[in-house]
Design a protein around this ligand. Structure first.
Ligand SMILES: Nc1ncnc2c1ncn2[C@@H]1O[C@H](COP(=O)(O)OP(=O)(O)OP(=O)(O)O)[C@@H](O)[C@H]1O
Length: 232
């Protein structure tokens, strides 16, 4: 948790978020907070607004109403240039199908954020190798995403999301396409690394076993957060 003056502010907070896509009201006044280093699961039925909430909190889409604050700064009012810098340096994202670049090897995929940040190719590759090792996929370093299993690809995607040391990782159904063993491996790797580096995680899932890895769970229905609780 951050302090700004005497006031304690959450790392990330959405308040009264409203978002419509044409006639579809995806969010109808959703509010949520994420503290530093916290792992928060967002659950709820299909279409309840979970992904839209994540997109608003990550500054990927702007809400029609309401506010998003990151460390006390209004994200929804930032100019695009500052917002994209923040997304690159402070945020990491992992989606259901990893979104690895199909033409690149696992090593090159994981090295990419470091190359974009200005590291030399040699340094980026050394660090990427270490991160593949942490996620148990060093043996797959030379493979392209299509040549890996779903779980290996997701662990590679996690390595890519975490290698820059983000403050928040946004994970939208990161295990949605995996069997239960691969799911467990991905979640164990994510939680272990997040705890070690103090990274907060906003985790969307509709799998109760996956949600159980979180410190806290909020449930959405009809575009709003309807229940808040601590997981087992
Ligand atoms: N880009 C978009 N354009 C049009 N409608 C959208 C868009 N994104 C989301 N929606 C609609 O907004 C509503 C909420 O969608 P959202 O993806 O946020 O829900 P969700 O809880 O994440 O669902 P799921 O679990 O199925 O992924 C749905 O009715 C969806 O069809």
């Amino acid at each position: 948790m951050n302090t700004k003056g005497d006031v304690t502010v959450p790392l990330l907070e959405g308040r009264g978020l409203v978002k419509a896509y044409g006639p579809t009201q995806a969010l109808r006044g959703a509010s949520v907070r994420l503290d530093e280093g916290e792992i928060l699961a967002v659950t709820g039925t299909s279409g309840s607004g979970k992904s839209t909430l994540l997109h608003c909190l990550a500054g990927i889409v702007g809400p029609d109403e309401g506010s998003v604050s990151y460390a006390g700064e209004r994200l929804d009012r930032l100019p695009e240039k500052r917002l994209s810098e923040l997304r690159r340096t402070e945020f990491g994202v992992v989606f259901q199908f990893g979104q690895l670049i199909p033409e690149l090897t696992a090593l090159d995929n994981v090295a990419l954020p470091l190359l974009l940040a200005g590291l030399t190719r040699a340094d980026a590759h050394t660090r990427a190798g270490e991160w593949l090792e942490r996620f148990g996929v060093r043996g797959q370093a030379g493979l392209r995403p299509g040549e890996m299993s779903g779980g290996q690809a997701q662990r590679t995607a996690l390595a890519r999301a975490l290698i820059t040391g983000p403050k928040v990782v946004f994970a939208d159904e990161p295990t949605g396409a995996l069997d239960s063993l691969a799911s467990e491996q991905v979640m164990t790797a994510l939680v272990h690394t997040a705890r070690e580096s103090g990274t907060a995680v906003l985790l969307i899932t509709h799998d109760a076993q996956v949600a159980a890895y979180a410190d806290r769970e909020v449930r959405m229905a009809d575009g709003a957060v309807v229940a808040v609780g601590v997981t087992a």
